[in-house]
Design a protein around this ligand. Structure first.
Ligand code: OGA
Ligand code: NI
Length: 347
């Protein structure tokens, strides 16, 4: 059975600059490779205006109306925040602390755990990097299942705690993802038996680091993108995530609500919902010249060998707007076309 990790092998980046992050600890000035000339870009690349207040709702999962609230948030924005989500705040703190410990290692040590050109896991730059002319102020570490093989290269005598924390985090967040997914399926199709079917998730945990930057406004942490799979559940240690508001045609900060988790719809859930749920276009900006920001994103999608077909509501009778697509086929489209991938399956 193919895995998500194997599905990534087919499109290896050719240039090492799309794998090996900058040695941020040694840098005193933003190199031209990492300068993003915002002024010359279109509206979408403009820095957010300081007055933009968050449009992303914070939803209490213990609220009896939570299912409706998150469904409506996915229709309007493709993103929401949750509290009372069942992931202990002590565990969130531990993941932040372990991620911080990892990214604080000297560059040559981190590079021991470098992602290989054909690989999906380990230390490296963002996978969307080859699509952009400039490089991003970011380093990441991708985990699928146990991170032991890479963690052992980083801390030969002391890797167990890191692994325990990451595995525990994946277990807790996955339970939340199942919960949310069930609520969302019920929202799309309250009467369909498919909504009750047990869904297997394939997924990954991405640790992101945005090091302190000598001129944060001149660079970008993570360029604008949508996530590929069903759902992303993100924890940010400090503000930096922004959502592109398609109505106002501008970027809006996603508030940093301590203890809350941010959930966004990915392309495949947009397809499954027949376009009803928005796929959230987002980016991460670099905020500080003194503080490192870390975030951890758990991505969940259907098994790579499965097919995603739009759930068409028998009530409103709206026709399918996407054709069915194999997960692997869609991963390939995304790896080749990034933002245009959905255009290839639109009916
Ligand atoms: C991602 C992502 C945002 C952030 O990892 O896909 O969008 O704030 N991260 O780190
Ligand atoms: Ni993302």
């Amino acid at each position: 059975m193919a895995t998500l990790s194997e599905a990534y092998k087919e499109h290896p980046p050719i240039d090492p600059q799309h794998i090996i992050p900058l040695d941020f600890q040694a840098i005193r000035q933003v190199p031209t490779s990492h300068l993003w000339p915002h002024q010359t870009h279109d509206e979408e690349h403009a820095p957010s205006s300081p007055s933009s207040s968050s449009i992303v709702p914070v939803i209490d999962l213990l609220d009896p109306a939570a299912g409706d609230l998150i469904g409506r948030a996915c229709e309007a924005w493709g993103i929401f925040q949750v509290v009372n989500h069942g992931v202990p705040s002590s565990l969130l703190d531990e993941v932040v602390s372990e991620a911080t410990r990892l990214f604080a290692l000297p560059a040559p040590v981190k590079n021991r755990a470098l992602r290989t050109p054909e690989g999906a896991t380990g230390y490296g730059v963002a996978r969307i990097s080859p699509f952009f002319a400039q490089l991003m102020w970011h380093e990441g570490f991708t985990i699928m299942g146990s991170p032991a093989a890479h963690a052992r290269l980083l801390w030969p005598d002391d890797y167990q705690h890191f692994c325990d924390v990451m595995e525990k985090y994946q277990e807790k967040v996955k339970a939340l993802a199942h919960n949310l997914f069930q609520l969302l399926l019920n929202y799309i199709s309250p009467s369909s038996p498919a909504a009750a079917a047990a869904v297997e998730f394939d997924g990954a945990l991405q640790l992101n680091s945005y090091p302190p930057c000598p001129s944060p406004a001149q660079t970008i942490g993570l360029a604008p993108h949508t996530d590929t799979l069903f759902l992303t559940i993100l924890h940010q240690s400090s503000p930096g995530l922004q959502l592109f508001d398609p109505a106002g045609l501008r970027w809006s900060a996603v508030d940093h609500v301590p203890g809350a988790l941010t959930v966004n719809v990915g392309d495949l859930l947009h397809v499954l919902s027949n376009g009803k749920f928005r796929t959230a276009r987002h980016r991460a900006v670099v905020m500080s010249d003194t503080t490192q920001r870390v975030s951890m994103a758990c991505f969940y999608g259907p098994p790579v060998e499965s097919v995603v077909a739009p759930v068409v509501s028998p009530v409103d009778g709206a026709p399918a707007v996407y054709r069915s697509v194999g997960v692997k086929e869609f991963l390939n489209l995304k790896a080749l076309h990034l933002d245009e991938a959905l255009d290839f399956i639109r009916l």
